[in-house]
Structures are given as structure tokens and as C-alpha cells.
Design a protein around this ligand. Structure first.
Ligand code: FAD
Length: 425
């Protein structure tokens, strides 16, 4: 069977799908969310060049949709895989969008009239979205989705949609079908560490303690605050911001012993962006070690220092709220000085963890996870994107924490292995 399945439409899966499709091979890209893009679509700028994340990603997302060799299945999950390399039968389940795709123009007239506001997962919980919505303006496919769980069936969206594209509950249902494919690439990405588990840092109990992913949405011009950095508690522009590193990384008691590879660099990135936008705001990064391992990364760190970002080697035991500020007490282990910082905003640099569904997906695919819960490669040295099941490959952060350049590289490597499998079989 000369077709391929790619599971997960983040940057790793998008790269793999495009590379295979450009070899003239048909690809089914299976994404469980209503849009492709993954975490990269949530980011403002990307280190180490500070390029606009969506300016790089969005053209690739559109290319996926328009590619004659790619069939995009959104709101779809793989439920099982039978067969062997060269002849897999992939069972999938498609969840209803409650929209007639052929008639929806993505105009969002329905979104305007929807009276329901709910937690906005794409904006990492900051701001709200409607019960009929697009996660962000550049979604691919360019369609709204009706969230049946929160929809109150008021009918306003049906009435306003001139194309009659909004479907009632019984007009769209779950659908199961199979795809025949010779090879499969898994690129299902990561979840960020649940900061509530690091109890001394009081995430969700002190409103001005936020996660780095929430900060990415706040500083993003298309995010809930239009790119203005504001405190959650009172909307004030913070004058003192503290980043705390390694929240859910290199923490044995929490069961997260490894480094998340990207947090040092993304904290430096955001600290620099703050200093550029708000030169009067003081920014401190509290760290154990700064790991600036990639090409140009040390220079990036040096640039942050020249921009006035304060690096303090030391981790606070706990933090607490007092008179509208967050008190962070920390020993600078280089100078032995004990500092007390009255922070307006604390950003927890949360680590990269396996997705909550990784182990069940591994079971369905007949592949394995390593002791940290990420998918396991057959041979980290000689076959890093290969799994123990021939014909199935892994790429990107579903395998281990890594940045965007490495995720792109792995997507390309997995695509090449997949093409070779098809040629061989
Ligand atoms: C706060 C923060 C800032 C960052 N900033 C930078 C930066 O500036 N520069 C940089 O290089 N890196 C940065 N990163 C890292 C970057 O986000 C990742 O390297 C990159 O997004 C990994 O892409 P991916 O495709 O592997 O995974 P993801 O982006 O997670 O994509 C995975 C996709 O798979 C889908 N999926 C998951 N499970 C299933 C399933 N069962 N079935 C179907 N689909 C599924 C998901 O919905 C998603 O679309 C940052 C990370 C964080 C947390």
C-alpha cells in the first residue's frame, strides 16, 4: 500500500507530511484538534532568532491543506493499527464538528452572536472563547467548530449563518473508518507540566503566578491581551517580573528527573522581549544552570545580559502573596546573598511532559514508551526515529523534549525513513 499516515499536526507532523507528499506519496494527516499547528501556533516569537512563530508556521499549514497529496483529517484519532510494514490498516474515529465544511466560509458571524463564553484552552486559560469558535484566526482548515458540551442550543448561530452551515446535534455524528497505509509516523507532541503539582509555587492560588505557556499567549499580539503584558489580578503593567526555571524538570521528587531542553531558551527569549517592549520593567531569571547548548544560543544568552536581564543562580523554596505583590525569596548561590524580590508577575517555566494519552496511543499502535513516558526509539544512536514496530516511526517532542529546529529535523528524518519503507515494501 503506497500511502502514509502521519499522526499529529504540530510542526514535526506537518514537516513529515509535506516531505512525504513532495515525494509523490499520498499522506493522511490525522489531527485530534479542530486545527493543525500544535504548540508552535501558540507561541509569539521563537528563539534564537525571535522570528514570528506564526509567520513561519502559517504558510506550512496552508500548504498542507492545499497539497494534492495530503488528506487532512481533523478532530480525528487513531483507534488501532493492524498489519505489518507495507500493509497497515489504521482504524480511526472522527468526532463531529457540527459544521458542514463545504458551506462554512470561516467568516465567524456565528461566533459574534454566540452568547456562551467558556475557558479558552488555546489561550492557556486566559480570556474566554465562545461555544462556537475558531481557536485563532489562522486555523487550518478555516472552519469554525461547535462545542456541543457548552452549546446551549439557543439557535442564534443557525439563524445568522446565511449558508446554513451550522449543523444540529443529530446532523453530524461520530464516524469510524479505516485507512490503508504502508507506513505510519507518530508526531503527537507534548503536554506542559501541570504547575499545580509544584505546590510551593501556588499556581492557581496566587493569580499573578502564571505559566510560561500562558505568558506566550499574553505577549502574543493576537492573544487575549493584544500583546500587552498585564497582571491577571488587576490588569496593571508589571514593573518586576520573575521567571522561575525548572518547574517540572530536573525534579526527582516530582518524578520529572530530566531536563526539558527548551525552558532556559524560551525564558531568555521572553525576558528579552519584555526588556525591549518595557525598558522600565525589571526581569530576573532564577535558575539552577543555564543550558544554552544550540547554535547561536550562547550568543542569545549574552544578548539578554546586555539587555539588562538579571540572571540569579538559585531556586526559591516557596513564594507567597503580600499586599498585591508576590514575594520571592531566594539565595543567590554564587554570591551567597539572600534576596527578597517583590514581584508583580511570576512566570513558571514549565517543563515538557509526555501527553496524557501517550501510553494508550502506544498500546493501540503496538509501540513502546520509555521510563519517562515518551515514545521509545529502537536505537537512540543508529535509529532515533525508528520504533520497535517496523514501519512505524516517531518524530518531535512525542519522543523527547526538543525545540522547533530539532522537531523539524526529526519530522524530515522520519519522512525519509517512511519513504524508504514504502520503496522497500
Ligand atoms: C512556553 C514554551 C515556549 C516555547 N518556545 C519555543 C521557541 O521559542 N523556540 C523553539 O524552538 N521551541 C520553543 N518551544 C518548544 C516547541 O513548542 C516545540 O519544540 C514544538 O512545538 C514541538 O512540536 P511537535 O510537533 O513535536 O509537538 P506539538 O506542537 O505538541 O504538536 C503535536 C500535535 O499532535 C496533536 N496530537 C496529540 N495527540 C494526538 C493524537 N492522539 N491523535 C492525533 N493528534 C494528536 C496535537 O493536537 C498537536 O497538534 C516552546 C515550548 C514552550 C512550552
Amino acid at each position: 500500500m503506497n500511502e502514509a499516515v502521519v499522526i499529529g499536526g504540530g510542526i514535526a507532523g506537518i514537516t513529515a507530511a509535506l516531505d512525504i507528499a513532495n515525494h509523490g506519496i499520498h499522506v493522511h494527516l490525522v489531527e485530534r484538534e479542530p486545527t493543525i499547528g500544535g504548540h508552535m501556533a501558540m507561541l509569539d516569537k521563537t528563539f534564537p532568532t525571535n522570528d514570528c512563530s506564526m509567520c513561519i508556521l502559517s504558510p506550512k499549514m496552508v500548504e498542507v491543506e492545499r497539497h494534492p497529496n495530503i488528506t487532512l483529517h481533523t478532530l480525528t484519532e487513531v483507534t488501532g493499527v493492524a498489519g505489518t510494514a507495507g500493509d497497515f490498516t489504521v482504524s480511526v474515529k472522527r468526532y463531529p464538528r457540527y459544521i458542514r465544511a463545504a458551506d462554512c466560509t470561516g467568516c465567524e458571524d456565528c461566533v459574534e452572536v454566540c452568547p456562551v463564553e467558556v475557558y479558552n484552552r488555546f489561550d492557556a486559560g486566559i480570556g474566554v472563547r465562545k461555544a462556537i469558535y475558531k481557536a485563532h484566526p489562522q486555523v487550518v482548515p478555516n472552519l469554525v467548530v461547535r462545542d456541543r458540551e457548552h452549546c446551549i442550543d439557543c439557535g442564534l448561530c443557525y439563524d445568522v449563518c446565511g449558508k446554513q452551515a451550522v449543523l444540529r446535534n443529530d446532523e453530524d455524528t461520530e464516524e469510524e473508518f479505516t485507512i490503508k497505509a504502508g507506513t505510519i509516523i507518530v508526531a503527537t507532541g507534548y503536554d506542559v507540566f501541570d504547575a499545580r503539582k509544584k505546590t510551593p509555587y501556588k499556581y492557581l492560588s496566587i493569580p499573578d503566578v502564571i505559566t510560561s505557556l500562558e505568558f506566550e499567549r499574553i505577549i502574543n499580539a493576537s492573544g487575549p491581551t493584544g500583546g500587552k503584558i498585564k497582571r491577571i489580578s488587576d490588569g496593571r503593567t508589571p514593573k518586576e517580573i520573575v521567571f522561575i526555571q525548572c518547574v517540572g524538570s530536573r525534579d526527582l521528587p516530582l518524578g520529572c528527573p530530566s531536563c526539558s531542553a527548551v525552558c532556559c531558551m524560551y525564558a531568555i527569549k521572553n525576558a528579552m522581549l519584555i526588556r525591549e517592549k518595557y525598558p522600565d520593567t525589571r526581569v530576573s531569571i532564577l535558575y539552577m544552570d543555564i543550558r544554552a547548548y544550540g547554535k547561536g544560543y550562547q550568543e542569545y544568552y549574552d544578548r539578554a545580559e546586555t539587555l539588562g536581564v538579571r540572571f540569579i543562580r538559585g531556586m526559591p523554596g516557596d513564594i507567597y502573596s503580600q499586599d498585591g505583590t508576590v514575594i520571592v525569596q531566594v539565595e543567590n548561590t554564587e554570591t551567597k546573598e539572600v534576596l527578597r524580590i517583590n514581584a508583580d508577575l511570576v512566570v513558571l517555566s514549565v517543563g515538557i511532559r509526555p501527553t496524557g494519552t501517550a501510553s494508550s496511543l502506544a498500546e493501540r499502535l503496538g509501540i513502546t514508551c520509555d521510563e519517562s513516558g515518551f515514545f521509545e526509539s529502537a536505537d537512540e544512536k543508529c535509529g532515533p526515529v525508528q520504533t520497535l514496530r517496523p514501519g512505524i516511526f516517531i518524530a518531535g517532542t512525542c519522543k523527547e523534549p526538543m525545540d522547533i529546529p530539532d522537531s523539524v529535523m526529526e519530522g524530515g528524518a522520519a519522512a525519509m525513513q517512511a519513504v524508504m519503507t514504502l520503496m522497500r515494501e
